[in-house]
Design a protein around this ligand. Structure first.
Ligand code: DX5
Ligand code: ZN
Length: 228
């Protein structure tokens, strides 16, 4: 959808003891959006943070807060994430029983609505909610941890989703194992938002983050141009 790749660093790989500062630094290093991985130890085998932490870092930047909920159930907490300042709220199709209702609720809260699919969930899960969606997040790892290897079979799914959405203004976001090597594969297939945790936060300072973001951006923008 976007002509240039949107890079959304995941703060999962940031230094949590200095989270506000890390958000500030990665924004100054060229991040477009901030990706927030919320995990509940139930839908995924890990626990991270919730609305109070997001609210605490909200004043660090005006950039889009892209909230990836890996929680079940999600519906009872949507209001709290909207109040905390999330701009986009994405729920997992596998984690909500009434997907259509969850998406309506997110838009009713004034946020943009996203659906995420695990690597093995077929894209047919999206078929009846396309008009309620602003973003589709395709997982290229099994959700729960940063630093895992990219699952290449999802690249074909990106192509199929791109053709399913047609001219609808829906972002296709990729999450998991994104590096300068894997970014071109998904960008060429139609993804326009790339989440990256470990590949952005390695190095630990602004210069390293800027170099890491630039490398992913250059690799994906090149592939996007070729595909267009
Ligand atoms: C995994 C999270 C990802 C993760 C990506 O469940 O949704 O956002 O932080 O980390 P990397 O880029 O290290 O694979
Ligand atoms: Zn994520």
């Amino acid at each position: 959808m976007s002509e240039k790749t949107i890079i959304a660093p995941s703060v999962l790989s940031a230094d949590f003891s200095r989270l506000g500062e890390e958000v500030d630094t990665v924004c100054r290093a060229g991040a477009d959006w901030i990706h927030l991985d919320v995990m509940d130890g139930h839908f995924v085998p890990n626990i991270t943070f919730g609305p109070p932490v997001i609210k605490a870092i909200r004043n660090r930047t005006d950039k889009v807060f892209d909230c990836h909920l890996m929680i079940a159930p999600a519906d009872p907490f949507l209001g709290a994430f909207a109040d905390a300042g999330c701009d986009i709220i994405t729920v997992h199709a596998e984690a909500t029983t009434h997907l259509d209702r969850s998406l309506q609720a997110i838009r009713d809260l004034g946020c943009r609505a996203g659906v995420s699919l695990n690597p093995t969930t077929p894209e047919t899960a999206l078929e009846y909610v396309l008009d309620r969606l602003d973003l589709i997040l395709l997982m290229t790892v099994n959700p729960g941890f940063g630093g895992q290897a990219f699952i290449p079979s999802v690249v074909e799914k990106v192509r199929r989703v791109k053709s399913m959405i047609g001219s609808r203004p829906i972002h296709i976001e990729i999450d998991g194992g994104v590096t300068p090597e894997t970014a071109p594969l998904v960008a060429a297939a139609g993804a326009d938002v790339l989440v990256a945790g470990s590949a952005v936060f390695k190095g630990g300072d602004k210069e390293a983050y800027a170099k890491n973001i630039a490398a992913i951006r250059a690799a994906s923008d090149g592939a996007m141009k070729k595909a267009a």
